[in-house]
Design a protein around this ligand. Structure first.
Ligand code: GLY
Length: 526
């Protein structure tokens, strides 16, 4: 078993992100430790429940719990579904000491997180993200909410989870299209804040699916680490956190103007990253070489970089709509160098003006990449909006492969298809939500109650805080003592100890603690 932990340091809202395989044993232990008397309310969706429903019940065997399986998909990220979750919590007699477990992708995480943020004025929630996109983005940072008919994510709350459990085993059951969509957020993190991750992604290129387990976990940890570091510095998105919107200004506009459900969010973000990089080049911030690398990487990863069925006028109209408000300018994240992003206030009108040139450039670069010629050698036919591109004596037309998902497919204008890609259609949603009462859903014999290990397997200052808040002071001190034994320079552990050697710790407890440390670890705290 291979585990690692990362802490999102947010004062009394700090929490740990646990990475690993077979993370469920830690998940069991964590719940038993911190919610020993409360009930556990698992919110998932029908797709996830069809794969992991039995596992969830097995992992929670011996712990009072119930499971709600929602209708899957962005189209159900609405208030009706939130009400469904409220009803589920009320029927399950959830109290202030209860725990909501958001088990699924980004939609489940946002909905369950929002219900937890608002039920009884806020109860605890943990995130168990099962898609790559939710692992590297939405499960961390505390943004929760749902859509209104008037717009996406118009209602929401910041509600940090108490813990996040990331297990790459969940990704084995994810289809290629969704896995790829998650990679767009990984590329975003690399470009915006992690040059080493960027270098690794470029080196791997189109072979990203054959990364070894260890390499894969490294990539996910780096992306999550970057996100966590941004959230720590600007939890409520007053400034710095806006760099996480890299690729999203144009990406959201493409997603919206094509009609939600046509592109996956990550596919739209990949387009947005490429388009905004070209915009950055036009604004003198992003170098041409970086744009070449990004466009090549995204194409090699299998992303379409345009949705030719969507007119520029629709994209232009959607840009600048922020939560139903038309804004005049936007703090646009632009990449100055790999891993270095800057926010620049750009008038929306300027972005709109550049759109035809950006689309033309994307087409030229895409074609050049497909047929392996330098980008500058492809020449557009007629207007910037034309679907025809001339390369030498040949003319190529960009057209849709499928009605449902628009892909930039290159088709030789006259006779022959150069290349064709197809993408799986979204599964149809099932008709009605499904609540699985634990009692009804367990045909197997009653499992034995869980053994709670004597000491936690993972030691972090946040865990120590949780033990402390539950009155388990000696365990909390023991954890911090062990952290300091292994890493005497650990500043958080030192600060934790310093804070608790004042008023809150009576002298006898302190003496006992010092003696334990001296006896067990030979650690000199004198
Ligand atoms: N997904 C962007 C953020 O969490 O701020």
């Amino acid at each position: 078993m291979n585990r690692e932990t990362m802490t999102v340091a947010l004062g009394d809202r700090s929490y740990d992100i646990f990475f690993g395989q077979e993370i469920y044993s830690l998940f069991q232990e964590w719940i038993c430790r911190f919610y020993p008397g409360g009930t556990v309310h698992v919110v998932t969706d029908r797709n996830v429940a069809s794969i992991y429903g039995d596992d969830i019940r097995r992992w929670l065997a011996g712990i009072p719990h119930d499971v709600l399986a929602l209708l899957p998909g962005e189209e159900h990220k609405n208030f009706d579904t939130v009400r469904e979750i409220y009803g589920f919590l009320a029927r399950g007699e959830a109290g202030r000491d209860s725990l909501v477990v958001a088990f699924g992708g980004g939609v489940v995480g946002d909905l369950a997180g929002f219900a937890a943020a608002t039920y009884l004025r806020g109860i605890s929630c943990i995130q168990v993200p099962t898609t790559l996109l939710s692992q590297v983005d939405s499960s961390v940072g505390g943004k929760t909410g749902f859509n209104l008919p008037e717009g996406k994510n118009l209602i929401g709350a910041f509600h940090q989870p108490r813990a996040v459990f990331i297990d790459d085993a969940f990704l084995r059951t994810l289809d290629d299209r969704n896995l790829r969509a998650g990679m767009a957020e990984v590329v975003k993190c690399a470009l915006a804040g992690d040059a080493e991750l960027w270098g690794r992604l470029l080196a791997v290129g189109g072979k990203w699916k054959s990364l070894s387990g260890e390499e894969w976990r490294w990539v996910v940890r780096r992306a999550v680490g970057f996100k966590a570091s941004v959230v720590e510095r600007d939890e409520r998105e007053t400034s710095l956190r806006r760099i996480l919107n890299l690729g999203h200004t144009i990406g959201h506009a493409m997603e919206k103007s094509g009609g939600y459900g046509r592109l996956l969010h990550g596919e739209a973000v990949a387009m947005g990253l490429a388009w905004e990089a070209i915009l950055g080049m036009k604004l003198g911030v992003t170098g041409g070489e970086l744009v070449d690398d990004l466009v090549s990487l995204l194409i090699d990863m299998g992303f379409p970089l345009d949705d030719p069925g969507v007119p520029l006028t629709s994209i232009a109209a959607a840009i600048g709509m922020d939560k139903k408000r038309m804004v005049m300018d936007v703090d646009l994240p632009l990449v100055a160098a790999p891993g270095r992003c800057e926010l620049r206030r750009v008038p929306i009108a300027e972005i709109r003006r550049e759109l035809p040139g950006i689309r033309a450039e994307i087409r030229e670069r895409s074609i050049a990449r497909e047929i392996n010629i330098p980008a500058g050698d492809a020449i557009r036919e007629e207007s910037p909006d034309s679907n025809l591109v001339r390369v030498g004596d040949e003319v190529y037309e960009i057209r849709l492969v499928e009605e449902k998902v628009a892909l930039a497919v290159l088709v030789e204008a006259a006779p022959e298809v150069v290349e064709e890609r197809a993408t799986a259609a979204e599964p149809e949603p099932e008709p009605a939500p499904l609540e699985i009462p634990a009692a009804l859903a367990e045909p197997e014999p009653e499992p034995a109650p869980l053994e709670i290990p004597a000491a936690p397997a993972v030691r972090t200052v946040t865990l120590a805080d949780l033990y402390w808040s539950q009155g388990e002071h000696s365990t909390a001190r023991r954890i911090v003592g062990e952290i300091l034994r292994d890493d005497p320079a650990n500043l958080r552990a030192q600060a934790w100890l310093a804070a608790r050697t004042g008023d809150d710790l009576v002298e006898a407890e302190l003496l006992e603690f010092l003696e334990t440390m001296a006896k067990e670890y030979g650690y000199d705290l004198s």
